[in-house]
Design a protein around this ligand. Structure first.
Ligand SMILES: [Zn+2]
Length: 122
């Protein structure tokens, strides 16, 4: 689990510092919420997950490749991860949270990232 969802990963820190500079206040890794969301903005009733493209299978992303050996192993692992992501998002939305997923490969373009965050939160 820790390998799949590392705490305070680089992409997560980028999103957090960007949000902070934009004036948003948030909590991190709230264990009482389903999926222990990376970033929770209670005032905006919003949750942000920062997902690694490989482990969470970013659609049509070159980082979401499947290793050539042990295909079965990887595919079942990936299926479990994506199923859990969907279940977590559903649970959160059912309790009235808005949920945004930020993909690791989006981190490099900070302007575009800021726009996405603004569109989601404002
Ligand atoms: Zn990606």
């Amino acid at each position: 689990m820790s390998r799949i969802k590392g705490k305070d990963t680089k992409p997560e820190l980028v999103v957090r510092s960007l949000l902070h500079r934009m004036g948003f206040r948030f909590r991190v890794h709230l264990r009482r919420l389903p999926g222990c969301p990376d970033i929770t903005l209670p005032r905006w009733k919003s949750i942000i997950f920062v997902h690694g493209c490989f482990w969470h299978r970013h659609a049509n992303c070159r980082f979401a490749y499947t290793p050539k050996s042990r295909k079965k192993f990887w595919n079942s692992k990936f299926e479990k991860n994506t199923a859990r992501d969907v279940a977590v998002r559903t649970l959160l939305r059912q309790s009235g949270w808005r949920v945004l997923t930020i993909w690791e490969c989006w981190i490099k373009d900070e302007d575009a990232l800021a726009t996405r965050l603004k569109n989601f939160l404002c």
